[in-house]
Design a protein around this ligand. Structure first.
Ligand SMILES: [Cu+2]
Length: 452
């Protein structure tokens, strides 16, 4: 992960990159510096040094867009542009995004702020930005053709409005949106409460659920795919390269999850129950918050949940649709469980000696296999834990709860070591005798008679 100094360094490098371009000098005079991010590392945002206090969110494998103050108005500069995003170690996708990355940077501000957001379009077609969930003037709503004309390539538009409520919102195009969202254009917009004590937590994580269909060996998503995506991502990143959610024991923790895919995602966290504290419609009154261990995130919606990190350990957090914790899989694979492929394998090996029959005892062998892969893809399931292959990919990460982690430290503490007596183990003795159904007290369902 990046520390603060690295974040500032990356911002400076990005600024140099942008200002070196001729268009920047002519068309962007007087605009706030368009910060760029060059990596997919999690960047920890410094706490605010002026204005209302708030605890900055942590966008997993993402970053927060810097702003500047201009006569009391908070100014941001988004640049819509083609980007190269590292979805995982060894896999680059050619996407459309904002300021060098997809997903776009998180925008953070405070309830009561007036924001002015410059949007420069460096895409080959027009775009707009819709501020999902925000209460704002109709002409600032970013629906191309309805709210205002599309922003032509090479032009900069300005959105300006008051943030009249706090909460978790999203931004994305409302112009050729099927294509532009399939290409990765989306981000999150967090408005912190004016009262720093309202709904305050110690750690505040952001996850945008998104999805791509990228054939192995290629770089550009198939934009016409509606449901059968092969890469299910958090902030355009897949396990095992999604950063962990690092937490100090006793912290109040919030996880905010937005969904701009085309299906729902039941997000499940192990080891805890939690309470749903916020939707993109607003905060849930504490008296009305309900407990869950999985929260379904509907399409085009956000859910935030809160918990107190009382339980030490490494706890899985993942989408509960099992196909969404896989990478780069095709779905037109037949099921071979119970099939004897030995005779067939012998025949195929006459022509292709390295042929391996697969899937006859389930597909867990995919987790350990080291087969040559095409360029620019990742294994279907992967990720090694301290006790072997995790056999997961896609929408999966680990909540790591430890003692003694400093307030602003999000660096990976490594794997949790289970205390003696607190880990499942192999039984090697005689199996004890258990009660059986032979007891006369057991009522057995009568067998059906021939009369039916
Ligand atoms: Cu899912």
């Amino acid at each position: 992960m990046m520390n603060r100094r690295q974040l500032l360094g990356a911002g400076a490098a990005g600024a140099a990159l942008v200002s070196s371009q001729a268009w920047g000098k002519t068309t962007n005079m007087g605009l706030p510096e368009a910060a760029q991010m060059g990596t997919a590392a999690t960047a920890i945002t410094p706490r605010p040094s002026s204005g209302p206090d708030y605890n900055p969110v942590v966008t997993l494998n993402g970053w927060t867009l810097p702003h500047r103050m201009n006569n009391g108005i908070k100014e941001f500069h988004l640049v819509a542009e083609p980007v190269e995003r590292e979805l995982a170690d060894g896999m680059i996708a050619h996407l459309w995004g904002y300021n060098g990355q997809s997903t776009g940077p998180t925008i953070e501000a405070v309830e009561g702020d007036r924001v002015r957001i410059y949007v420069t379009n460096k895409l080959p077609e027009h775009t707009t930005v819709h501020w999902h969930g925000m209460i704002l003037p109709s002409g600032m709503d970013g629906v191309g053709g309805l709210s205002h004309p599309g922003i032509p390539p090479g032009k900069t538009y300005v959105y300006e409005f008051d943030l009249i409520k706090s909460g978790t919102f999203m931004y994305h195009p409302h112009a050729d949106e099927m294509v532009q969202m399939a290409m990765g254009m989306m981000g999150m917009f967090v408005v912190h409460p004016k009262d720093p004590e309202f709904m305050r937590v110690d750690r505040d994580f952001l996850i945008m659920l998104n999805a791509f269909d990228i054939d192995p060996g290629t770089y550009v998503p198939r934009i016409m795919t509606m449901t059968d995506f092969n890469l299910w991502t958090w902030n355009s990143r897949i396990f095992p390269d999604i950063d962990p959610l690092v937490v100090n024991k006793g912290d109040r923790v919030r996880v905010r999850v937005g969904n701009l895919t085309m299906t729902n995602h039941p997000i499940h966290m192990h080891g805890y129950d939690f309470k749903v504290s916020c939707t993109d419609g607003g905060w849930v009154d504490p008296a009305a918050q309900w407990p869950e261990v999985s929260i379904d995130i509907p399409v085009g919606a956000m859910r935030a949940f809160d918990f107190t990190a009382d339980h030490l350990g490494d706890w899985a957090i993942h989408c509960h649709k099992s196909h969404h914790t896989m990478n780069a899989m095709g779905h037109d694979v037949p099921t071979f469980i119970g099939v004897d492929k030995k005779p067939l394998a012998q025949k195929i090996r006459q022509f292709q000696p390295e042929y391996m029959p697969m899937g006859t005892a389930g597909m867990a062998d995919m987790g350990t296999m080291e087969m040559p892969l095409p360029d620019n893809t990742v294994p279907m399931m992967t990720g090694w834990g301290p006790h072997g292959p995790i056999e997961m990919g896609g929408m999966f990460s680990v909540v790591k709860v430890r003692d003694g982690i400093d307030a602003d430290d999000y660096s990976d503490p490594g794997w949790y070591e289970n205390p003696p007596g607190e880990q499942a183990y192999e039984w090697t003795g005689e199996l004890p005798e258990f009660a059986s159904n032979n007891s006369p007290k057991t009522v057995i369902t009568p067998k059906p008679t021939s009369k039916g």
